[in-house]
Ligand binder design. Structure first.
Ligand code: ACO
Ligand code: KIV
Ligand code: MG
Length: 519
């Protein structure tokens, strides 16, 4: 619970299961709705709009079942300005400890003329009749002026007055088609609250659609204009471009709203869980850059930002990922990362490198990041282990070119052997064989290949190949390993690494061994 005064407390009305489910393809099963209702209740959502009971038996059953299990939040059902809708809704919410009937009718000229085909005066009568009928079932009645933002102001005042007189406790002024600008929407609330008799006795509510991407901005503007209820959906799902996103409104009111005296009763820690659950049951993925709940909402890849984050998280984060259940800040290692973040990552992976080794590894890391879209921890481990393994080698791979295909396989290889570059060309039964034959041509030896194994360090066609090689000579076994995005380069390096190890063992027993003649 936030520490705001009653005057600034904004009621969070979740319509994920009603307007959210109106997103084409977003249907949820009965059990999924029950589970979502539990999550929303635990989160501290004040009102759960659980469905439109007249729409189908499934909707009716879901609203009724949610009314039976939810005790903290108010459970609400939607109803047109029609007796049958209202009675069906009342039946569905009857088991609720706190139940609400939400009835609506359009008030804009275009809706009244073309959709309802009703005269304005008949709409006013329908408002009075529907709200009164709903009040006969429950004290908690919300009335919505559908398409309020395209409604003539004077007519809207009369409609709202009729709803208040008939007993509505909450008056919703929806931006049904996502048409409004924030300032305009704030002024709508200011005007209605100032002009309509009895407006100070009711709660005004904002219900915004995202057709122009302004749903959240408009909802916050409405709060500044006097609304004290916001209608939202998890992940912003809803009709067409969706509704205002619950997570964005709650955090906007937390991070900035508290300074202005606004806040909600929602516990942000549950936000990510709710988002993931809604994404899973609807099959609607959450875009990576989605505010608050997106995979990248707390991820930093660029070196300058990562450096700032390591020095003080407030440099680039206005809220903590753990506060919204997103786990920890993620410093993503990629082509834009810098040395500070790289050192920190190595530390976390258990490596403490000296400055030179760090610089060398960093150069290799940048090369890898240029080639690979995602650099995973395992890539960095492979890269550093590889560099460490090669630190004291006397033979190094300088250049490798392999020609492979249906016409045969050949390799051109340059090795640095004790500081001198040596070059050879060889063919073979396959590209790896050609590479190994080229090594043999430069460094003649009698060691036999006992193992050659390749595996991908991570997933994807751009994954690094980790190659292991085992050689045996006169009963001495030496192994070598290397990683590279190019399998043949990794193979050459692994073979050379094994040769170096073999040579270093022989050197220990015969210190005068020279590479050129020693194998
Ligand atoms: C802005 C919103 O999100 S509103 C909610 C939208 N949600 C939905 O529509 C989802 C559920 N809807 C449904 O399942 C169906 O539309 C039902 C069951 C409600 C109605 O189905 P039907 O009876 O077949 O009517 P249909 O949907 O084709 O047409 C809607 C009728 O309701 C009328 N209507 C629309 N809104 C209202 C209203 N608020 N009050 C009274 N009547 C209304 C229309 O004028 C039309 O009436 P008509 O049949 O006399 O022309
Ligand atoms: C039913 C109403 C509140 C609605 O969803 C809208 O106007 O967008
Ligand atoms: Mg809507």
């Amino acid at each position: 619970m936030t520490s705001v005064s009653d005057a600034g407390r904004v009621i969070v009305f979740d319509t994920t299961m009603r307007d959210g489910e109106q997103s084409p393809g977003a249907s949820m099963s009965h059990d999924e709705k029950l589970e979502l209702a539990k999550i929303l209740e635990e989160m501290g959502v004040d009102v759960i709009e659980a469905g439109f009971p007249i729409a189908s038996n499934g909707d009716f059953e879901a609203v009724r079942a949610i009314s039976q299990i939810v005790t903290e939040s108010t459970v609400c059902g939607l109803a047109r300005a029609a007796a049958a809708d209202i009675d069906r809704c009342a039946e569905a919410i009857r088991p609720a400890k706190r139940g609400r009937i939400h009835t609506f009718i359009s008030t804009s000229p275009v809706h009244m003329k073309w959709k309802l085909q009703m005269e304005p005066e008949a709409v006013l009568e329908a408002i009075t009749a529907s709200v009164s009928r709903a009040r006969n079932h429950t004290d908690d009645v919300e009335w919505s002026a559908e398409d309020a933002t395209r409604t003539e102001r004077e007519f809207l005042y009369r409609a709202v007055e009729a709803a208040i007189r008939a007993g509505a406790r909450t008056i919703n002024l929806p931006d049904t088609v996502g048409y409004s600008y924030p300032e305009e929407y704030a002024n709508l609330f200011r005007d209605v609250i100032a002009k309509v008799p009895g407006a100070d006795e009711v709660i005004f509510s904002a219900h915004c659609h995202n057709d122009l991407g302004l749903a959240v901005a408009n909802s916050i503007a409405a709060v500044q204009g006097g609304a004290r209820q916001v209608e939202v959906a998890v992940n912003g799902i809803g009709e067409r471009a969706g509704n205002a996103a619950l997570e964005e409104i709650v955090m906007a009111l937390k991070v900035r709203g508290e300074d202005l005296g606004f806040g909600t009763g929602v516990e942000p820690i549950h936000i990510t869980r709710a988002s993931r659950y809604v994404s899973a049951i609807t099959g609607f993925p959450v875009q990576f850059n989605k505010a608050i709940v997106g995979k990248n909402a707390f991820a930093h890849e660029s070196g300058i930002h990562q450096d700032g984050m390591l020095k003080n998280a407030e440099t680039y984060e206005i809220m903590k990922p753990e506060d919204v259940g997103q786990g920890a800040t993620n410093l993503v290692m990629g082509k834009h990362s810098g040395r500070h973040a790289f050192r920190e990552k190595l530390k976390a992976l258990g490596y403490e490198l000296g400055q030179n080794a760090l610089n060398e590894a960093f150069v290799r890391f940048k090369d890898l990041a240029d080639k690979k879209k995602h650099v995973f921890d395992d890539d960095i481990i492979a890269l550093v282990d590889d560099a460490l393994a090669r630190g004291s080698e006397r033979i190094r791979v300088v250049h490798l070119k392999v020609i492979a295909g249906t016409e045969g396989q050949s390799a051109e290889l340059t090795l640095d052997v004790d500081g001198e570059e040596k070059r050879a060309e060889a063919s073979g039964d396959g590209p790896v064989d050609a590479v190994f034959n080229a090594i043999h041509a430069i460094v003649p030896h009698s060691a036999a290949l006992r193992l050659f194994q390749v595996h991908a360090v991570t997933e994807g066609t751009d994954a690094q190949a980790q190659v292991s090689v085992r050689l045996e000579e006169d009963g001495r076994i030496a192994t070598g390993a290397a990683a590279d995005t190019d399998t043949l380069t990794a193979s050459a390096k692994a073979y050379v690494n094994a040769l170096n190890n073999l040579f270093s063992r022989k050197e220990k027993s015969r210190p005068d061994t020279a590479i050129a003649s020693g194998f």
